[in-house]
Design a protein around this ligand. Sequence first.
Ligand code: PLP
Length: 433
Amino acid sequence: MAELALAGGTPTRTAAFPVRRTMGEAEKRAVLEVMDSGELSGFFGSPGPQWLGGPKVREFEEKWANQYGFKHAISVNSWTTGLMTAVGAIGIGPGDEVIVSPYTMSASATAILFYGGIPVFADIDPDTFNLTAVTIESCITPRTKAIMVVHIFGQAADMDPIMALARRHGIKVIEDAAQAPGIQYKGRPIGAIGDIGGFSLNYHKHIHTGEGGMLVTNDAQLAQRCQLIRNHGENLIEAHQVEDLTNMLGSNYRLTELQAAIGCAQLDRLDGYLAHRMRLANYFSTKLADIPGLTGVTLAEGAGHAYYLYPVKYDASVTGITRSTFVKAVNAELPPPQIWEQTGWVEAYVRPLYLAPMYQKKIALGSNGFPWSMNPQVNYDYSKGICPVVERMHEDELIYTPLMREPMTEADIDDFVFAISKVLANTSTLRSM
Ligand SMILES: *Cc1c(COP(=O)(O)O)cnc(C)c1O
């Protein structure tokens, strides 16, 4: 077989992978229409019809709710602020514990800290990389107020047992579905299977508005509390006769009319993107099934997958070369990425969140140990070893590829698979390098 690119041979492919472009004519027209109207934001932070935003913001929210079957959709200026809003709306306060995965974007956990809640990290399932009812249950204490479920990489977590557990203990469930818009679990749209959840609209996600987010819930009271937190709730509680003042000090998390107009056009594209990704991912999964040492996505029963990223478990004891050598060797066979999305393999995902200095030193808000100091009788353990599956994925097993996305084709995936096979057929060269 041909010599590996890493050893000076000819790479499998030099022509760049196609670049994803989500913005088109519809978005340009939508923006110009808003520009011509002159009203770039329609929000007032005081009582009156405009406290819920301008026409485009409302259209975007209604469109999202109708398209995917939610009673309420509330737009926000990022999904990070969306998560904060959700945590606030369900009433998390200082010292309340919220169970969350450590294998996610940092914001899933920091949103808890912003209300003085304490993130308690539960381990993940080694096949879906999501929290499960079993891993969550072992973390429940009398102080647990909520569970933050993250549908990581785009795969729906197994919600039925999680909801049953949560209801049994009287705790709330937030869904961080940033990576899984438009996805179902057993025929129900994820995002509002729990009490509240939502999606990110940042540039890297399936569809975007530059920055932005969308909260969804089927609970009218939670929806109103989100609207209040989003837009200076303290000014509006009397007009809306809101009795419960918990966390009703608001902020400004408002989306602009320009972004909402783009979002409306983007929504028309989402199902097509998802179908494209599922097609490519299924094709790739079939190919991976024949490659020893690599385990592709296994879909849990009833779980949809948005394939924000395609995760693979790598077994060095089968291939005979280390994970980082494998990643380097395959990527050397592929065209150098101009942007991250054109990368073949990426090693690991994020470092387990609890290993970050903030958790190690327990310094987040102020410098006196708040919010952990709220429960002085509890020794919150963030030491290495608390979530062995996450650590194993991070250190040894997990690799992912962002290539399973539009406008990539099966022929592009064939080149990727060829590069993988070429490397695995030449591991002896790599072992001696
Ligand atoms: C992207 C992302 C976020 C944050 O979304 P932003 O819109 O960038 O603030 C939160 N959680 C997960 C899992 C994400 O992937």
